[in-house]
Design a protein. Structure first.
Length: 82
């Protein structure tokens, strides 16, 4: 499984509300295409863009912007973040 869990910090909650983005901890070996395929299959949502970052603690984060027709807040509610 590529997607490990969502990040629920104050900054990530603000991104959900204002930018239609969710942040996930992902497998460090996963590429953007694999992350996109898994998210679209898992949530039946359309992904617009994905940016990845590796933290100093060697965790890989995927910052996912969803398409306008897919509100990130709905997905966050399903995940129990909201």
């Amino acid at each position: 499984m590529i997607i490990k869990h969502p990040v629920s910090t104050e900054k990530s909650i603000k991104a959900i509300e204002s930018e239609n983005k969710l942040i996930f901890i992902v497998d460090p070996k996963a590429d953007k295409h694999a992350i996109k395929r898994e998210l679209e299959a898992l949530f039946k949502a359309k992904v617009a863009t994905i940016n990845t970052i590796i933290t100093p603690g060697a965790q890989k984060r995927a910052i996912v912007r969803f398409a306008p027709e897919t509100p990130a807040i709905d997905i966050a509610t399903k995940l129990g973040l909201m």
